[in-house]
Design a protein around this ligand. Structure first.
Ligand SMILES: [Mg+2]
Length: 288
């Protein structure tokens, strides 16, 4: 019998209820696996639990939470060989949705029983990891606003978007690659490992988490009239041909921005006005 650790973030989203451990036990193949449960109690606790868990030789470490929670565990598990599973219970669940992990506890646990592994890439912003999507500009401002709001969930997220939209404008970015320097102007610049932010908002349709490539997406600020079509195209994965949208790919960039902050998988953080974006290939084993 092999032991599996479930790290539960009780405040991620609303779905991770009190009795989630019983739901997990109900669907877990307990002939094969013995579940252990740990609950995060403060910011940074998930990384600490994951670090300690690496010494305790679990067969797999499963994160119950959203993209922020997944990031906290994954940044410890990279390069470790211990596979990470996800039971999605955040507000966006971008990485889980990208990997087509079921959003129900039952479906997600049944996937864990099969233990099928994908070796996925990680994006590095300076020395910090992003596994889903990172970015600067509008979406970083939204993540900042969202973090300050008391209520989580999709509704609060939409409110944060609306509030930021008025204040946010196009800014100048310099994107430096090995070969060339691009001077760009846009509303947001995203670094995508996965294809979506979460909630099926496809910022980089076609992005692949294990191709060793960063999808770099520039979006110009839409006018109010352009928002409905642009939003429709984002939500249907057809944004690629929109006039406000531009996508490049690469393995390493140096970015100059007007602000000094970014978001990494939805969590705001300071990166400076000049920072690097690189990719580490196939460094995280994920159950999918
Ligand atoms: Mg990729």
């Amino acid at each position: 019998m092999e032991k599996i650790l479930f790290i539960i973030n009780p405040i991620a989203g609303k779905k991770a209820g009190k009795n989630i451990n019983q739901d997990i036990i109900r669907y877990l193949d307990t002939d094969k696996f013995k579940p252990h449960f740990k609950y995060s109690e403060y910011a940074g606790h998930i990384s600490e639990i994951a670090k300690q868990a690496l010494e305790e030789k679990y067969k797999a470490i499963i994160v119950v939470g959203g993209d922020g929670t997944v990031n906290e565990a994954a940044r410890v598990l990279v390069q470790s060989n211990v596979p990470m599973g996800i039971i999605p219970s955040g507000s966006g669940n971008g990485l889980a949705r990208h990997l087509k992990i079921p959003l129900t506890i039952k479906g997600a646990v049944k996937l864990i029983n099969k233990m099928q592994i994908l070796q996925m890439d990680a994006i590095k912003i300076n020395n910090m990891y992003s596994f889903c999507v990172a970015g600067v500009g509008f979406d970083a401002e939204v993540s900042r606003m969202f973090q300050k709001m008391e209520a989580r969930g999709l509704f609060s997220y939409i409110i944060a978007c609306l509030r930021c939209f008025n204040q946010s404008k196009n800014q100048n970015f310099i994107v430096q690659t090995k070969e060339k320097e691009y001077r760009l102007n846009g509303f947001m610049l995203c670094f995508a490992n996965a294809s979506q932010f979460g909630n099926n908002a496809y910022i980089a349709p076609g992005a692949d988490v294990s191709d060793g490539i960063v999808d770099l997406v520039l979006v110009k600020k839409p006018s109010y009239l352009q928002i409905p079509l642009f939003a429709y195209k984002i939500l249907t994965g057809t944004v690629e041909n929109h006039s406000l949208y531009n996508r490049r790919t690469g393995k390493a960039f140096e970015i100059t921005q007007e602000n000094d902050f970014a978001h990494l998988d939805g969590e705001p953080t300071i990166v400076g006005t000049k920072f690097t974006v690189t990719v580490e290939e196939k460094v995280l084993r994920v159950i999918y």
